[in-house]
Ligand binder design. Structure first.
Ligand code: GDP
Ligand code: MG
Length: 177
């Protein structure tokens, strides 16, 4: 997980967006530090975190930006999106409304970010299957229609978090190479 003494071939900025409390900060904590907290205030104030991975024998530093509580519609500034080559668009599978807001976030992203940005839709909190309010099929269909990658994750159980980042970073890598 450490970045020390590593030669970096690429730096990719990836932004996390989606409604408040869907698990963005915990997805980032899981990816960057392999940590998880049930206290949602734990990571407030941190602009971004990094982790360096090897993709196709190259060292890729992922610089992952977190909104730090600016999730109100239109509150995320264009500086946040500037230079981003990837976006993780997160909803909570137990909160229907967070999925229904995804088109708004997509519109925000498409008006502020680079038009070639790679976008992955993420349905988080699959450990709460008994409270599921968004079917996998509905989300998959939406993602296909909009041309997005799609995965369901659990930051708590560490399910698919690594896969989500590796998938989007590999796709970005393939686009720039
Ligand atoms: P954010 O506002 O989108 O950054 O959401 P947070 O990462 O702060 O998470 C909001 C709440 O949901 C916190 O209490 C987290 O512990 C919890 N949470 C985040 N991810 C998961 C998950 O995968 N499963 C469960 N059960 N809770 C989660
Ligand atoms: Mg947060």
């Amino acid at each position: 997980y450490g970045d020390a003494n590593q030669k970096v071939d690429y730096v990719f900025k990836v932004v996390l967006i989606g409604d408040s409390a869907v698990g963005k900060s915990q997805i980032l904590a899981r990816f960057a530090r392999n940590e998880f907290s049930l206290d949602s205030k734990a990571t407030i104030g941190v602009e971004f975190q990094t982790r360096t991975l090897v993709i196709n024998h190259k060292s890729v530093k992922a610089q992952i930006w977190d909104t730090a509580g600016q999730e109100r519609y239109r509150a995320v500034t264009s500086a946040y999106y500037r230079g981003a080559v990837g976006a993780l668009l997160v909803y909570d599978i137990t909160k229907r409304q967070t999925f229904e807001h995804i088109p708004r976030w997509l519109e925000e992203l498409r008006s502020h970010a680079d038009k070639n940005i790679v976008i992955m839709l993420i349905g988080n909190k699959t450990d709460l299957e008994d409270q599921r309010a968004v079917s996998t099929e509905d989300a998959k269909e939406f993602a296909e229609k909009e041309g997005l990658f799609f995965l369901e994750t659990s930051a708590l159980e560490a399910t698919n978090v690594e896969t989500a980042f590796v998938t989007i970073l590999t796709e970005i890598f393939n686009i720039v190479n």
